[in-house]
Every structure is written in structure tokens, then in C-alpha cells.
Design a protein around this ligand. Sequence first.
Ligand SMILES: Nc1ncnc2c1ncn2[C@@H]1O[C@H](COP(=O)(O)OP(=O)(O)OP(=O)(O)O)[C@@H](O)[C@H]1O
Ligand SMILES: [Mg+2]
Length: 257
Amino acid sequence: MKVAVVGKGGVGKTTIAACLARLLSRDGYSVIAVDADPSLNLAQAIGVPRDVADGAPILFDYEEFIKSRTLRPNGLYLMNPKVDDVVDRFGIKGPDGVRLLKLGAVRKGGTRCLCPEYAFLRALLSHLILGRKDVVILDMVAGLEHMSRGTARGVDLMLCVTEPSVKAIDVAIQMHKLSKDLEVKKFAIVINKVLSEDDVGVVRKALEGVEVAGIIPYDSSVIEADRKGLSLIDYEPESKAIQYINELKKYIEAFIK
Ligand SMILES: Nc1ncnc2c1ncn2[C@@H]1O[C@H](COP(=O)(O)OP(=O)(O)OP(=O)(O)O)[C@@H](O)[C@H]1O
Ligand SMILES: [Mg+2]
């Protein structure tokens, strides 16, 4: 099961992806959390100690390694590069058994989906999902560009986080449209930073017909945890936000079954 957490900048993608990873892992799933945002802050949100996170390899920095796996001597791409050792080589062991993979940034960019990094990543993502108890959670970079690069192509569930703001809702509407071209199996929204019933109503109205996977209240403990550099689930396990993220986790579990 591949879950991509997407949405406008700052809506809460990393916080939600990290807490979901921890909660699903506690429920016995084998969880790989993939930090697909070059600013690399998923490790902190998951609760990986700073020194461990900083010392961990960043997959896309290993350009030669990726090329050696994806490119044939004649310059063509291998359709099925070897990827079965990637998590062991590059993954970090996080709390609750979550494994974290830092992707980093693709420097040269290449032409759309054709650069070796993305070919490699696509092979990796399909490889990581072997059994019903395997979950990959992708914390995506803000905005729409990654969608065109195909990182989110073919995911089972795209969770589009939005706040009750016009800009965030507009991004969610665009992502919903794009998700159809990307063969995303299910697109659902998560309404975050909710202060009132009205907030929920505004988002529901603007995104009529789109399923709501979860609603998470505005909660100052999320900000406090951030300021202290801690994972919310360690800092305030009983917080309102965690309670509602736990409901979102149940939605995902129901989806898996
Ligand atoms: N439910 C919430 N209540 C209050 N603050 C929240 C909530 N969720 C997230 N935040 C705050 O919003 C900010 C952005 O959160 P986060 O980093 O998770 O978002 P993001 O979508 O991953 O951002 P980016 O696009 O920069 O990667 C942080 O300061 C975080 O503490
Ligand atoms: Mg983020």
C-alpha cells in the first residue's frame, strides 16, 4: 500500500505523514516513510534523533550508484533495476520500527520523468510493496510539480491535506484534477487546522464530491512540538491532533482491508 501525502506548503503534510507512520507501525504494519521533500524534515517529525538523522545517507546524493543500477552501457534505461537492498543500505531505523528513507533533491533535473533518479524511484516504490502489511508513506514536497514528475504516479491513496484557506483549497482542487491523470487509485482530502464546524463546511463545499479521509483540529501542541524539535507523538501523545490522526489511521487501515 502506497500512501502519498500531498498539499500546499505548510498545511501539515509532514506532521501528519510522520504520526501516521508511527501509529501504523504500532499496529503491526511494516512502515517505510519516504521523505520526498528536499528540505528533509520528516526525520524530526518521526522522532529520529538529530545526530542519527543528520548522519544518514541521502539517496539521490548517490548519483553514480543510481546510474549504475538504472543505466545500461548503451545509454538506455533498465526497466527493472536492482532495488532490493536500498532500504537496508540507505534506510534509518526510527522509533516504533518505522524505517525512514531520505530521497533528497534531484540536482540535474533531467527531462521530466526520464532522469535515472525517477526511474530508480519508481522501481523502488513498486518493490517496497510486497505484502498486505507493507505500507509506504510518502511525505511529498509542497505544490504540484512532483505530480508531473510522476513520484506520486500510481499510488494507492493520495491524501491531500488542506487547511480552510482559499489558497490551500485551490491547490487541493488542482491536485484532485491531476490525480486522475496519474492513475492514483483513491484521492481523499484531510482537513487540517480546523477551528470550527464552519471551517469544515467551507472545505467540503469547495471540494464537493471528494471524500474526506480525516479532520484534524488546530492544536497548539503541534506547534510546540515543532519548536522543541520533537515528534508530536512523543511530545504530546494524548493531544487532540494525535487523537484525530489516529482516526485517519483507521481510515487507512480500512482502506487496506
Ligand atoms: N493541526 C495543527 N494545528 C496547529 N498547527 C499545525 C497543525 N498541523 C500543522 N501545524 C503547523 O503548521 C506548520 C506546518 O506543518 P508541517 O511542516 O507539518 O507542514 P508541511 O505541509 O509538511 O509543510 P511544508 O510544505 O513546508 O513541508 C508547522 O508549524 C506545524 O506545527
Ligand atoms: Mg513538509
